[in-house]
Design a protein around this ligand. Sequence first.
Ligand code: GLN
Length: 192
Amino acid sequence: MKIGVLALQGAFAEHQQMLHRLGVESVQIRNLADWNEALSDAQQPIVGLIIPGGESTAMMRIMKDELLWQPLQDAIAKGLPVFGTCAGLILLDHTHLNTMNIDARRNAYGRQLGSFRVESDVKGIGSVPMTFIRAPYIEEIGENVDVLAQVDGHIVAARQGNQLVTAFHPELDEDTHIHQYFLSLCTQAKAV
Ligand code: GLN
């Protein structure tokens, strides 16, 4: 199984390390040529995409400059599994790629609580470490969105079909459960 990792900016290397630990290949997506090659690779096309944390405005700008915006939007809308962490969550919301029925609130925890770590439950997984770095949370959800985790009454993980988002950074912790959950979505999607 091979996963594409959007590698324009932010914490993409950490996701690749996590995938490597799980025995899964990954490929960096930096431009349209990488994307087309990753999808059409005769030997092993990608079966999912990770949009990492970083700075959502910068990432959006580069995606548009590299002509990746529309192709990614189309592929996700057609059902390609995607996992967005932090800035990646923001990029999938209504005001960005608009593939997921969510509204994200950027830098939702303010300056005082720029970064923090908790252990909390994720639906279907159990308790996992959650590292938040100038994180968003999900302010509103629409149809077909399943809330997977809440911290202090705010939604910090959700799923809609093949789209998974976390406001925190599982790639920065040792725990592999969230990535395994995403990989199981990719395996299921591949099978249909
Ligand atoms: N604060 C960043 C943004 O708004 C997200 C932070 C992160 O991805 N760790 O884009």
